[in-house]
Design a protein around this ligand. Structure first.
Ligand code: URA
Length: 433
């Protein structure tokens, strides 16, 4: 077999065979296939697409390209969640302890933030003492004892994805739905959980800009999961406006604590309950109504909150501090941003608001950049709200006035005002089960 054959087949719009896909993934991961041929194949896939069968084989080969986490030491039903990335998305901090308190075993590996999106690992690291690097033994022991552990990615999981993603990033081939689905699902399959809920974001702060593309991605990932023997469901959710009100690492932990204590933003609470119910339904084999009630009751009773603090303590974090001082980290400087005019806030370009948080210090432009855990912003107005000139729209937090200047200018550039309110979108745009 030669790469030239694969390139000709995909150029002509033919489906690649399982053997051809295996040849590409193993050869490229091993360094035997040069970047220029791999890039040409990725571009042909972008233009010609892949069948569900091809995407499932690609995912499986990528998942098997390195270590695979064997969760057999975990006693119970394993479950995981994944979000395709957005702004202000702190759902893992709520859904993971909630589902553990309701009886699932959550052995979760999460990522760091890059660009305009945040990462759960950074949010957890903002908690003084919290360790995201556990040995496999510690990880399994904690999942068995506490029911939940969230750590950074360890081992050599899906190295094919790392190499292919780096090449896609440099060759404008990220936006292929088949390649995105294979990339996400290969890491999730390698991470081992039997049950998975996917939160596919849609809108100005997300990879998927239209409901049609989000539906396509969600359907394909669920199908891949099914073909690979996992129970996967997906929820498609709006990311045309940031999720909740807090954006930035410690700020998002603070907002998660509010939800866990049955206060705070209603849409964030609703989404967390929907995602949790999906996972409880598939993992505990409940009806949709039983799962909804169980999720709600676990949150309402305070069991999810207690489980979060238990997880923090188990991973070395200062749970006492969180319990008594939810605003546990303070930025050096803050500033309120005022509405420049009267009118309805008709649009918040969510990606730009994420960039504003990054400029304030909450995110990284490059992988190795340091971040300021206290930096970020709290929104006082969101899309659809009526604003009066001079009223506060948001409070920004940063380490210097210069960063506040940069963050404020970017934040204001994301907003559009109008005389009449824009049509409000539902938070939950669809489900794939
Ligand atoms: N997230 C991933 O992990 N991979 C993609 O290709 C896109 C988003």
């Amino acid at each position: 077999m030669q790469m030239a054959d694969l390139l000709n087949h995909k150029k002509a719009g033919l489906a690649l065979t399982a053997a051809e896909i295996e040849y590409f993934v193993s050869g490229f991961t091993a360094g035997d296939i040069p970047d220029y041929q791999a890039a040409a194949l990725l571009m042909a896939i972008c233009l010609r697409g892949m069948t569900d069968e091809e995407a499932a084989v690609l995912t499986d080969c990528m998942a098997r390209s390195g270590d695979q986490l064997d969760l057999s030491p975990v006693d119970g039903v394993t479950a995981d969640k994944h979000s395709t990335g957005g702004v202000g998305d702190k759902t893992t901090l709520i859904v993971a302890p909630l589902c553990a308190a309701a009886g699932l075993k959550i052995a979760k590996m999460s990522g760091r933030g890059l660009g305009h999106t945040g990462g759960t690992v950074d949010k957890l690291e903002s908690i003084p003492g919290f360790r995201v690097a556990l040995s496999n033994k510690e990880f399994f022991e904690q999942v068995n004892r506490v029911g939940v552990s969230v750590i950074g990615q360890t081992g050599n999981l899906a190295p094919a994805d790392k190499k292919i993603y780096a090449l896609r990033d440099a060759t404008q081939t990220v936006d292929s739905i088949a390649l995105i689905a294979a990339s996400i699902m290969s890491k999730k399959l390698a991470a081992g959980a039997q049950n998975l809920v996917l939160d596919v974001k849609c809108g100005s702060g997300a990879f998927m800009q239209t409901p049609e593309d989000a539906q396509h991605l969600a359907r394909l990932m669920v199908e891949i999961g099914k073909r690979c023997g996992r129970r996967v469901t997906a929820v498609i959710t709006d990311m045309d406006t940031p999720l909740g009100t807090h954006i930035g690492n410690a700020l998002e932990v603070t907002e998660a604590l509010e939800i866990l204590q049955n206060r705070g933003d209603e849409s964030l609470r609703t989404l967390c309950l929907v995602l949790s119910a999906q996972l409880l339904q598939s993992g505990l084999r409940l009806t949709a109504e039983e799962a909804r009630q169980k999720a709600e009751q676990t949150l309402k009773s305070g069991a999810a909150y207690a489980k979060f603090l238990e997880m923090v303590e188990a991973q070395g974090g200062d749970a006492e501090l969180l319990a008594h001082t939810p605003n546990f980290l303070h930025a050096k400087c803050s500033r309120r941003v005022m509405a420049p005019q009267d009118g309805y806030l008709v649009k918040m370009q969510t990606r730009i608001i994420g960039e504003s948080a990054q400029l304030l210090g909450a995110g990284r432009a490059k992988k190795d950049d340091a971040i300021d855990y206290a930096a970020g912003l709290v929104l006082h107005r969101k899309t659809g709200d009526l604003c009066r000139a001079g009223e506060p729209l948001a409070t920004l937090y940063a380490a210097s006035a210069h960063r506040l200047d940069e963050g404020e200018a970017r934040f204001l550039s994301a907003l559009s005002f109008g005389k009449t309110p824009s049509e409000t979108k539902p938070l939950i745009l669809g489900k794939v089960e």
